[in-house]
Design a protein around this ligand. Sequence first.
Ligand code: HEM
Length: 216
Amino acid sequence: MRWSIINFGTAILASLPTVFAADSAVWQDSETGFTFSQYAAAYAIGKSLTFRIAVPSTATSSAAYDAVLQISAPLEVGWTGLAWGGTMVTNPLTVAWANGNSAVATVRWATGHVTPNIYSGAQIQVLRTGTHTNGTHWQVTLKCTGCTSFTGSSGKVTILNPNGANRLAFAYSRTKPSNPSSSSSSFGVHEVTNYWSHDFSSAGNANFAALVTKNS
Ligand code: HEM
């Protein structure tokens, strides 16, 4: 067989490393000790919110697992939220905002494009280390139990893939919630939403539980 240009091209493609399609990158957080997979979500030209996710390295797609979420937001951000299923409706929405030098977080659930309700299927623990405000940003670090798996309206159980990419979405509002010190506060609609592909396979932490304890 003659070595054609097509064979040559195929051979070159086959020798290239597999290119991963996720939009996120690895971030080693020296403050908390977690290894996060992070994504900078643009909410305005030249401005972004950073969403960082850490999971136990033992997590599998067959059982629910906890996740640590860290959000870093410019001070002008009134509230922001992460939609774990990549849409507004029928998945856990972890919403957070600054409260003085600390931050408050809550999990909500929307059945339509209307104000979401408090979701009792997930629990949040805000971690003391990694939650603060400085001259430019507020940041929250939290553990969520119940965010990475959920049951949709048809009864279908979704468990986010801890060894691959998951489609996530965010929402941003410049307006603070009406009662920032309360996790059950109401808040208004967002100005911006978008979604991305987040690599969980690089978010694994062998010492996940010990780091949660250390940072609590
Ligand atoms: C007061 C609370 C909220 C109201 C009234 C509201 C309302 C809406 C409306 C009307 C849309 C459709 C916009 C369009 O089609 O142009 C929408 C889309 C969206 N919202 Fe919300 N929303 C609220 C809270 C949230 C929260 C907390 C999140 C996530 C944390 C979120 C995530 C999204 C996303 C990702 C979309 C894009 C379309 C979709 O995935 O369904 N929303 N929202």
